[in-house]
Each structure stands twice: as C-alpha cells, then as structure tokens.
Design a protein around this ligand. Structure first.
Ligand code: AMP
Ligand code: MG
Length: 337
C-alpha cells in the first residue's frame, strides 16, 4: 500500500481513514502513534500486524476530552477526574475498568483499559470528527525505539499504513506516564511526561511498579503487559553508566573500543572525538534529554558501531522516564559508579 504523508491540517482526510477502518500515523506530544478505530476489532488487529506486536500487549484508547471517559469505562474513581482536570490534555494514561463496548483485542482480554487525552489539537480534532476513540500504541515496529518525528515513523511504517499526519517533532519525546487507578494505592506502571512527584501531589501515596526500575525475571508476570518485552533497542548492545556526569564520561573514555558509539550530554561531546556521538541535551536539562533520547537510539542503526555507551541522566522528574527507556534499551545492562 502507498502511505500518504498528510500535512497536519488535514483533519478531514485523517478522520475518514479512521472511520473506514484504516491505519493512521498520529502526532501527539509524547511520540507518534499508530492509530485505528478503537471500536473496530479488525482495524485494531491491523495495528498489531503492522507493528509485529505481540497480541497480549494492550493498546491505549485516545479521546478528545474527559467527557468521553464514561463511554468506555465504569466505576470511574473521583481521582480520575482530578487527574484529568490537572493533566489532560497531556502525557498521562489512566488504567480504568472497561465497559463491554471496548473490544478484547484492544485490552488483550484484560477487564481494564488505558485512557489518554493527547495534547495535540490536530489529533483530538481527528478523533472528534471520526467520533470514535482511537486505539494506538507507539508508531514504531515492535521492539524498536519510539518515533518522535513523522520521518522516524515512516522508517518503520512506510507502505504498511494508509497515511501519517505530520505534526512536526514531539514536544515531550517519551511515551505517556501510565497510572493504574484500579488498585490501592494507585500504581505507576510506566514513567513519562507527567512525573511521579506531580502524581503524588494529587494522589498522595503512589506505588512504583518494580518493572520500572529493574529487569523482570523470566516467568515473572508484570502488571503492564508491555513491560516484559525487549524494548526501544538499537541493533548494537547498549551499556548505561550511572553517576556524576564527569565521572561517567571519564569511565566511558577509558573503556570504549575502536568502534564504540556514545550517547552523552552536550558538555561532554569533546571527550569522544573520533567516535560516533549522539548528544541528548545539557546534563541539567532533563526535558531536553527526553526529547532526544529516541532519536539518539535510532541514529546508531544507520552507523557502523560495535556497541554503544550511554551517560545516564538522574532519576528525578522526567529523568525517571528517560532512564527507564535507556535502561530498557540496554536490557538493564547498567554500571553504577
Ligand atoms: P505503547 O505506548 O506502545 O507502549 O503501548 C501502550 C502501553 O500501554 C503498553 O505498554 C501497554 O502494556 C500499556 N497498557 C495498555 N492498556 C493497559 C492496561 N489495561 N493495563 C496495563 N497496561 C496497559
Ligand atoms: Mg511502544
């Protein structure tokens, strides 16, 4: 199939693709998504096929505002509306009990569903015009780093989807925060643009799922099905080095091989002369690091590197999301200094 590259204003064309059961690349503030009519099981199945995604890894339903929550969810706690008032539209997905109208293929048979209202006016307009929730995972081929530009998504999806709406580079750069509101205390399943600290301000105690910070043992069943899969990985193996930035830079310089690539903070670029280097922003600017982490991981697939070393950001704020993605890309191969 030929994939159309639509300009961001082409809301009507995008909504028509969703309405007829097609696949549409959608811009959001987090990463590009691979969207389809979330009430049409065949359209949703096509998402799994295009991505090569395992069937037991559920999708998120995207809606234009919180008034749509009750169309698809039941027993909605008051905290869901408090979170929506504060963070929607924005990078927060809430896990809620689903209504029977939500097809099994969306939730991988779970009795809960992930709901999100993206901070992207064009995408909300498409969903509103199609008048159905849009089911979407990230728009990468399964296992690859998520796309933060239309071009990156086309690398994986050209010829497999009907069209992509180009909304320019994503403002956040890592996928949404996922909070499970069906358990007490609420549980953070995936760190993202809305920080743990911000969630605690609204919810009080928040549990952090163990899979956020460590590798799940074989046979261990994580709460978010997606957590058990290898993720975000470039082709070359990655080693993450944690510690003070000048220490980690020195450590990497001393150990890197002739064909090693490096992911580093802007200030340290000069340490790695003669090597392929991807900078992700200043050491102190975690929001900037979030915007560049996936592009950096993708870039190495076009370069001849034997392995990749990465300076690890710190864990505070959105840094928790950046380190989580980097650690997963490294298969939790981490050196702590
Ligand atoms: P992606 O944004 O590509 O990672 O895909 C959506 C993410 O939402 C996956 O990590 C899923 O595991 C997660 N997710 C979707 N629905 C649920 C649910 N009902 N319970 C737990 N996690 C979910
Ligand atoms: Mg994904």
């Amino acid at each position: 199939m030929e994939t159309k590259h639509l300009i961001a204003a082409d809301v009507k064309a995008g909504a028509a693709i969703i309405a007829k059961g097609g696949l549409l690349g959608i811009p959001t503030e987090t990463v590009y998504g691979l969207g389809a009519n979330g009430l049409d099981p065949n359209a949703v199945k096509a998402i799994f096929e295009a991505k090569g995604r395992p069937q037991d890894n559920p999708l998120i339903l995207h809606i234009p505002d919180e008034s749509w929550l009750e169309r698809y969810c039941e027993d909605i706690p008051a905290t869901a509306y408090e979170l929506a008032d504060r963070f929607w539209p924005g990078p927060l997905t809430m896990i809620l009990p689903r209504k029977p109208i939500v097809p099994d293929v969306v939730t991988a048979g779970l009795d809960t569903v992930g709901m999100r209202c993206p901070d992207c006016a064009v995408t909300r307009a498409v969903i509103g015009l199609a008048d159905v929730p849009v089911a979407a995972p990230s728009g990468n081929a399964s296992g690859r780093p998520s796309p933060t530009t239309a071009e990156a998504m086309l690398e994986d999806m050209d010829g497999k989807i009907d069209a992509i709406l180009d909304g320019g580079p994503c403002a956040v750069g890592v996928e949404s925060t996922i909070i499970d509101l069906t358990v007490t205390p609420p549980r953070l399943l995936r760190p993202g643009g809305v920080t743990l600290e911000e969630l605690e301000e609204v919810l009080g105690e928040v549990a952090v799922d163990e899979a956020v910070r460590r590798l799940m043992a074989p046979g261990e069943q994580p709460k978010a099905p997606g957590m058990k899969y290898r993720h975000y990985a470039p082709k070359a193996p990655v080693t993450v080095v944690k510690g003070e930035p000048d220490m980690t830079a020195g450590y990497i310089v001393a150990r890197m091989g002739e064909k090693s690539g490096v992911i580093c903070f802007d200030e340290f670029k000069g340490y790695f002369k003669g090597h392929p280097v991807e900078t992700i922003g200043p050491a102190a600017d975690q929001a900037e690091q979030a915007r560049h982490i996936f592009e950096a991981l993708r870039a190495f697939d076009h370069l001849d590197v034997s392995d990749i070393w990465a300076q690890s950001p710190s864990d505070e704020g959105i840094g928790l999301a950046v380190t989580n993605r980097l650690n997963k890309a490294a298969g939790f191969h981490i050196v702590e200094l």
